[in-house]
Design a protein around this ligand. Structure first.
Ligand code: CA
Length: 423
């Protein structure tokens, strides 16, 4: 067992009941305050541990890190140290925060400097994302979309059960939770029989996803196997992969997603390490037909992570519109990474890989409004008396996720994005 995952651990830092951030989590992020420049932080309960100050005070000695790895705008240099480095760092922070370890706890003057209330911090984009790839790995989602837009009897395309289908997205428009987006504009075709028009998107949608962030991979020309894959994954975030459905319908032939997808994708601020999620591994759904050899894997490679989506209209309380689970994914992350590199494509530290929309088997577990409201035919009622087919201006979309054993809860916090009218 990874030391920091020990369920018996408790912290001298107060952790509220049902917090996403017990001592067994310790996710990494970048934060700043009114007086502190951006730097690496670790979240526990409602506090952030300032790793730069912790390093300066000498608590992170004999680890493969230097000041610049913590005094930085992004986690990339820290992630350059690979899984062994970040695991050792998380174990050290765990030890320092543990109830049984007096070293930091007993030094009130140091505690005052390194422990900052979340009320006082502003979160920053945690990673300088190099490349962003998005998969399409939920069988339920792919089936639903196939039923709506193609042939209900043959909803999955012939390649889907053989290939973890994906495409290259755009990193420049990946934004942090809390940042608003403007409704995108583009070419849409409201009347299928008429010419397209240039207008604000009318069918703006979220996609409930998670994403994983990579360490440095192998040189160009080499591949990462399913057995090795987890050594190349630092951690995961919640991921709202915004979609303009009406722009997509018109533009996607023949090369696939473009302007319907690249105007914004929102991530949560804290990167939950794959190490912290280790206790929540679960079996991947049965894969039939048998996958090709490079996609075969051993053991549990999926993760049991509860996910939910809420829509909050401007003037009324939020409405939970979907509850799903990461474990429903047909293709697991190890297979996605093995597939991504099977042709010799190299991945780099700070690449972001989206899961694809995570839809569950029931109609209240779908991961997009397209499916929840079934192409606009089944509007979703809001508790303020209005209804939604897609996302309206001034709606805020909130996604949350956590894994739980009943006693230990490892959460992601939220990814929150408000939609503003088109510019
Ligand atoms: Ca997507």
């Amino acid at each position: 067992m990874i030391e920091a995952n020990n369920p018996a651990l408790s912290s001298w830092v107060e952790v509220p009941e049902h917090s996403d951030f017990p001592i067994q989590n310790l996710p990494f992020g970048i934060f700043k305050t009114e007086s502190l420049s951006p730097r690496v932080g670790v979240r526990i309960g409602n506090h952030v541990v300032d790793l730069k100050t912790l390093f300066v005070l000498g608590y992170l000695e004999n680890l493969p890190f230097e000041l610049a790895d913590f005094d930085t705008n992004f986690l990339n240099s820290l992630m350059k140290k690979g899984k062994q480095g970040t695991r050792a760092l998380r174990n050290r922070v765990s030890k320092l925060l543990s109830s049984t370890q007096p070293d930091l706890q007993k030094n009130e003057h140091h505690v005052e400097q390194v422990l900052i209330s979340v009320d006082q911090v502003t979160m920053c984009m945690p990673v300088q994302i190099g490349d962003y790839t998005d998969f399409y790995s939920s069988k339920e989602h792919a089936t639903n979309v196939g039923m709506m837009f193609r042939d209900p009897a043959n909803a999955l395309l012939p390649n889907w059960l053989w290939i973890p289908v994906g495409y290259h997205g755009r990193a420049s428009s990946v934004i942090l939770s809390g940042e608003s987006i403007y409704r995108p504009k583009g070419q849409i075709k409201p009347d299928p029989a008429a010419d397209p028009i240039y207008a604000p998107c009318r069918n703006l949608d979220f996609e409930l996803e998670t994403a994983f962030i990579t360490y440095d991979g192998k040189p160009l020309g080499e591949s990462i196997s399913t057995t090795e894959a987890e050594d190349f994954i630092f951690g995961m975030v919640l991921f709202n992969d915004w979609s303009a459905r009406d722009i997509q319908t018109w533009e996607y032939v023949p090369l696939g997603p473009f302007l319907a997808k690249n105007f914004a994708s929102s991530i949560s601020a804290w990167i939950v390490t794959l190490d912290a999620l280790e206790p929540f591994k679960t079996a991947t759904p049965q894969q039939d037909p048998k996958v090709l050899s490079y996609l075969e894997f051993e053991g549990k490679k999926s993760y049991d992570i509860h996910l939910e989506v809420a829509i909050k209209p401007k003037e009324s309380p939020e409405n939970i519109v979907s509850r799903s689970n990461f474990k429903y994914m047909y293709w697991n992350m190890a297979q996605q990474l093995a597939h991504h590199t099977v042709n010799g494509c190299n991945i780099r530290c700070g690449d972001l890989m989206g899961s694809g929309t995570i839809s569950g088997p029931t109609d209240d577990s779908y991961g997009s409004m397209l499916e929840l409201a079934w192409k606009g035919t089944k509007p979703i009622p809001m508790n303020d008396g209005t209804e939604r087919k897609f996302i309206q201006d001034y709606d805020t979309v909130i996604m949350r996720g956590h894994a739980s054993t009943g006693t230990i809860r490892i959460g992601f916090g939220e990814v929150v994005t408000e939609v503003l009218p088109a510019k």
